[in-house]
Design a protein around this ligand. Structure first.
Ligand SMILES: Cc1ncc(COP(=O)(O)O)c(C=O)c1O
Length: 402
């Protein structure tokens, strides 16, 4: 008697989980580690955070601040965030008791916001190329992403395309300024157009401002959408300690929104994570207390990093628009990879050259739109960036013995 064999059943996972793939960026980080490559893929700093943050977090642990904080954030930290916002943007007043929810990084802030404020069937507008989390966040909320293109080379918005994307189904638009991956910083006239459209269609703005202090435009270069007339009462501002203070591993972020939206976000946040790490919120109080000179120094250091990397990329033959903000360069690869296989080029850069990047297709719904693009990140020490530059100089040159 022959035994019947049946193929093992695929374990069932949710339909939602099937609609998106694992993060390509973290995948590149794993590949970079395996090949000893300089990791210019994932956006985390390789330099130390300010000592004030470490001291405050260590002191909090020693003082036994080791139990749950209030779920929507320790009172002292919320007060410090509100005070820092008021100092940075005079006229913007935030009530720490009713308008802030502290989260596990801006990643949780965005998904908690969507789950709290968006319903199945709603549309959420977002710009493409996009930071890879927004699409899955929208899908997990049961809503539909509606994409609007930022046009290369200057990543401009076509006002007619933006107008056409808004409809009665629009619940919200996701903004990210300064923008990952393009380095675009939204101008006042662009934000005014968003305000006009959101008012007309009664839509909200979810704005990810994690690169708020990393831009190259000088004072006043970054305009928080929540300060634009018409958007004050319809904006959820999302931010975190991660990038401004070089503590991406701490996972401390927050939302700022009118009280009714904040209470919905707080409820969702409570069931998602209960709260962000209590002693690290004490570190956050120290961060909020840093003087203006810290932010000036941060921008200056990032400018030097940007200039070093951009010079190396130009020498290598990539073309790109120098970023106005954030810490990424989106490169057109046509001169180096005329065939346009971004994933193969990114793999080759890791395995043969020793530099990890992100293939452009990760930032587009249709991978074909990113096939002539790769993204380099520069939140690194100048010595790290110089090592990457030295390796990139080998790209396209025949081997010395060859
Ligand atoms: C635009 C943007 N938002 C959010 C994040 C993640 O932030 P967090 O570490 O605070 O969750 C990143 C990280 O690269 C980012 O680029």
């Amino acid at each position: 008697m022959s035994e019947q064999t049946t193929a093992p059943a695929q374990p069932r996972v949710s339909a939602k989980a099937m609609t998106f793939t694992e993060s390509v960026i973290r995948d590149m980080t794993r590949l970079a580690l395996a090949h000893g490559a300089v990791n210019l893929a994932q956006g985390f700093p390789d330099f130390a955070c300010p000592p004030e943050l470490k001291e405050a977090a260590k002191a909090a642990i020693d003082a036994d601040v080791n139990q749950y904080a209030i779920t929507w954030g320790a009172a002292e930290f919320r007060a410090a965030v509100a005070a820092k916002v008021g100092r940075t943007y005079p006229g913007w007043s935030v009530d720490p008791d009713t308008e802030i929810c502290v989260t596990c990084g801006s990643t949780e802030a965005m998904i908690a916001t969507m789950l709290a404020l968006v319903d199945p069937g709603d549309e959420v507008i977002m710009f493409e190329p996009f930071y890879e989390n927004y699409g899955p966040d929208t899908i997990l909320s049961g809503a539909r992403p509606r994409l609007v293109r930022l046009h290369a080379p200057d990543w401009s918005i076509d006002p007619a395309e933006l107008r056409a994307a808004f409809s009665d189904r629009t619940r919200a638009i996701v903004l990210n300024t300064p923008h990952n991956p393009t380095g675009k910083v939204l101008r006042r006239d662009e934000l005014e157009l968003v305000a006009e459209l959101c008012q007309r269609h009664d839509a909200l703005v979810f704005t990810d401002e994690i690169y708020e202090h990393i831009h190259y435009l000088g004072p006043g270069g970054h305009i928080p959408p929540a300060t634009v007339p018409g958007l004050e009462d319809r904006t959820v501002t999302i931010n975190a300690l991660s990038k401004t203070y070089a503590v991406t591993g701490w996972r401390v972020g927050w939302t700022i929104a009118p009280p009714a939206y904040t209470s919905a976000i707080r409820k969702v946040h409570d069931f998602l994570t209960v709260g962000a790490a209590a002693p690290l919120q004490a570190g956050g109080v120290a961060a909020m207390g840093l003087p203006p000179a810290y932010y000036d120094g941060l921008a200056e250091q990032y400018r030097a990093r940007r200039d070093l990397l951009c010079a190396a990329l130009t020498d290598t033959g990539f073309t790109f628009r120098q970023p106005d903000g954030a810490y990424y360069v989106m490169c057109d690869t046509r001169a180096i990879d005329p065939g346009g296989d971004d994933v193969a080029l990114a793999r080759r850069l890791v395995t043969e050259i020793g530099v990890a990047t992100v293939p452009g297709s990760s930032f587009f719904a249709d991978p074909a739109d990113g096939r002539h693009i790769i993204r380099f990140g520069f939140p690194k020490k100048l010595s790290t960036l110089q090592a990457a530059a030295d390796r990139l100089a080998r790209l396209g040159r025949p081997a010395a013995d060859g």
